[in-house]
Design a protein around this ligand. Structure first.
Ligand SMILES: Cc1cc2nc3c(=O)[nH]c(=O)nc-3n(C[C@H](O)[C@H](O)[C@H](O)COP(=O)(O)OP(=O)(O)OC[C@H]3O[C@@H](n4cnc5c(N)ncnc54)[C@H](O)[C@@H]3O)c2cc1C
Length: 268
């Protein structure tokens, strides 16, 4: 899914990629997209572009075959996590498309993108909840079996209290995530679900990063070894505070939702 550009990250309204109408039912796509997750392996890239049709400039999603002439990867740098796929920068030069490549109708890109963000932010929250549970299980196992200073690590409050804090984070995040998923399943007001999905993504990603940092600390030197699950999660969870909208952007969405939908709608 390719929306981010060099000069349009947190504010995707600034994208410069265009698809000019080139005749009846035909379009020509030009632009450059950054951080295209799965970009090096996907067969189809969903590209957000301004469809230029006469005087109109319509935000539109195009399904672009990755092997179409004019599609190229121009950079594929390593990232902090070690996922098997990359997040390359892709360039689209005079890529020929047709009306059949338009997803969800001309000019409907922003609405579809909001739906995608809602779903993906909820998915990030869910992944973070799972990661927190794993971190707590690993921490308990370790702290119960390791003895230092004449006692189990678990019997030192400096170790056990952070585990309790992590458990509270995980339990609260789980309830919030399930609440948003329930609202989505019930077909609740999409704007409220959108705002609450941002709240869940914000809380769960920040909480999971707190949990990972606590776990690394209680594993001591082993927590810094790449053979330890806590180390891997500490590294991998960092991006959840950045992608699909940073924590700062989620806070802006939550605040706007509180103002527009009301405190009660957002908290109950
Ligand atoms: C591993 C990875 C995979 C990604 N995958 C994809 C993908 O598949 N498709 C895709 O389209 N994008 C993808 N992204 C892009 C990601 O969504 C953006 O990096 C993110 O939205 C932030 O945009 P930016 O990097 O341009 O940072 P910027 O927008 O430049 O932000 C820089 C800093 O300023 C802060 N900031 C910006 N605006 C405000 C504001 N109004 N108020 C307060 N603070 C603000 C941000 O929170 C951030 O801390 C991916 C990114 C990464 C790292």
């Amino acid at each position: 899914y390719a929306v981010t550009e060099a000069d349009a990250g947190s504010d995707p309204s600034g994208i410069a990629t265009t698809a000019h109408r080139a005749g009846p039912g035909r379009w020509v796509l030009n632009g450059e997209k950054w951080f295209v997750t799965f970009g090096s392996t996907a067969q189809v890239i969903i590209v957000m572009a301004h469809a230029i049709d006469g005087g109109s400039r319509l935000p539109t999603l195009f399904a672009v075959p990755a092997d179409a002439p004019g599609v190229e990867i121009i950079a594929d740098v390593p990232f902090t996590h070690n996922y098997p796929h990359g997040h390359p920068t892709m360039r689209f030069t005079d890529v020929e498309l047709t009306d059949a490549d338009i997803l969800g109708g001309l000019g409907n890109g922003d609405d579809l993108q909001r739906l995608w963000f809602t779903e993906e932010r909820l998915a990030i929250a869910a992944r973070c909840i799972g990661a927190m549970q794993r971190l707590i299980e690993e921490s308990i196992d370790w702290a119960a079996s390791r003895e230092q200073g004449g006692a189990r690590l678990l019997d030192h409050q400096g170790i056990s209290f952070p585990i309790a804090d992590s458990a509270a984070d995980a339990a609260a995040g789980r309830l919030l995530g399930l609440d948003v998923a329930r609202l989505a399943d019930e077909g609740a007001d999409r704007k409220i679900v959108h705002g609450k999905a941002s709240m869940a993504k914000l809380f769960c990603s920040e909480a999971a990063n707190r949990c990972a940092d606590r776990s690394v600390q209680m594993f001591g030197g082993r927590g810094y070894m790449r053979t330890t699950a806590a180390e891997r999660l500490w590294r991998e969870l960092r991006v959840d505070r950045i992608w699909e909208g940073t924590s700062e952007i989620q806070r802006i969405i939550v605040l706007r939702s509180l103002e527009r939908r009301g405190v009660s709608a957002m908290l109950t």
